[in-house]
Write a protein that binds this ligand. Structure first.
Ligand SMILES: Nc1nc2c(ncn2[C@@H]2O[C@H](COP(=O)(O)OP(=O)(O)OP(=O)(O)O)[C@@H](O)[C@H]2O)c(=O)[nH]1
Ligand SMILES: [Mg+2]
Length: 329
């Protein structure tokens, strides 16, 4: 039976996922419980929420002091936060060094990277915040990487095409994430239930110039093509890097819109970044709550209007590249 959870539930659930302290988590869970419909279809979820609240209360009792912000809580800047995750030596740091201006350590030996390092990758008119992460494999399970991924806007899974063990290495990471309720998936389904969080993910095979790379790429495609979009790059030769950026942008499901004042030229500098499916109302809320409260209608120039200057209501779904003039009371 579908649970038909209301939007307020999903909003509270998002707060739960992004909460940093047990108290914040408990508060969000209580709200989720309060607003959810109580019927047979939600029995399991109700029990699950109660169990989680009880566990968190126990936890809070045991560790009342540790108030430090964990190292994986990195302030989000730009159009989205995207950890680059993968087995040892795949080239995670090399990728970040190549597409951003960050000075990260690249080395032949595994387990070079120890802490998460953020770096901005320019793409067209936006900046995407990539995060370098330590290697993750069966030999070395990095417990906080799922927590980083859970809070992120998208992930890059990086595989080494010169290593025939890559499909196994990637499968290990995907499964370990799922065991922690983080589902990496190419396209996030519209409807979901329970505590799993789905993170849009691009699988990238690196070292495509190495011998045997074709066969490893094929093995990755056979195993993961119905789950993730897959790109191949060679950081060494630069092959595929532009396609990688576009593929990541596509996975992130972003809509970029520009705003304009009545009677003036549009500001085509930095766009507002919204998630796909966002409406005129979402844009107004992102700009200012006063504008949201007094919103009457919008005029559109660009992709999603039927004609230039078309008047649309607040439910109108915006398209990438739209220019929007908001009219308030
Ligand atoms: N042949 C080849 N080697 C590459 C390529 N990209 C990176 N490498 C090499 O792969 C090795 C590992 O690169 P890193 O960027 O340190 O890999 P990492 O995934 O960050 O590794 P850890 O931090 O140890 O997990 C280095 O010797 C790089 O020079 C590539 O496209 N082709
Ligand atoms: Mg590294």
């Amino acid at each position: 039976m579908p649970a038909n959870l209301p939007p307020v539930y999903h909003a509270a659930e998002k707060r739960y996922r992004q909460a940093n302290t047990p108290e914040e988590k408990i508060e969000a869970l209580r709200e989720m419980y309060a607003v959810m419909p109580k019927h047979k279809g939600t029995d399991k979820l109700q029990a699950d929420i109660k169990r989680r609240i009880a566990q968190l209360k126990e936890q809070a009792k045991k560790a009342p002091v540790a108030r430090q912000v964990p190292q994986w809580v990195i302030e989000k800047v730009g159009a989205g936060q995207v950890p680059v995750i993968g087995p040892p030596n795949a080239g995670k740091s090399a990728l970040i060094a190549r597409v951003t201006h960050a000075d990260v350590r690249v080395a032949e030996y595994p387990f070079t990277t120890q802490t998460p390092v953020p770096a901005m990758m320019p793409f067209e008119n936006i900046q995407i915040q990539l995060i370098d992460t330590p290697a993750w494999s069966q030999e070395f399970d990095v417990g906080w990487i799922p927590e980083l991924a859970r809070r992120s806007d998208a992930c890059v899974l990086l595989a080494d095409l010169s290593d025939t063990g890559s499909p196994e290495g990637i499968a290990y990471i995907v499964d370990s994430m799922e065991a922690r309720d983080v589902v990496l998936i190419g396209r996030v389904p519209d409807e979901r239930e329970g505590f799993e969080v789905c993170i849009p993910t691009l699988l990238v095979g690196n070292k495509s110039e190495s011998s045997g790379a074709g066969a490893v790429l094929k093995a990755l495609q056979d195993r993961f093509a119905d789950r993730f979009p897959i790109s191949a790059v060679s950081i060494e030769t630069g092959t595929g890097l532009e396609e990688f950026k576009r593929a990541l942008f596509n996975v992130m499901q972003i809509t970029r819109v520009f705003t304009k004042q009545p009677g003036k030229e549009a500001d085509l500098g930095e766009p507002f970044v919204l998630s796909s499916g966002s409406t005129v109302r979402d844009l107004a809320g992102k700009i200012h709550k006063e504008i949201l409260a007094n919103l009457r209608y919008a005029r559109l120039w660009g992709v999603s209007g039927r004609f230039q200057g078309q008047r649309v209501g607040e439910d109108h779904v915006l398209a990438d590249g739209d220019i929007v003039e908001l009219h308030t009371r």
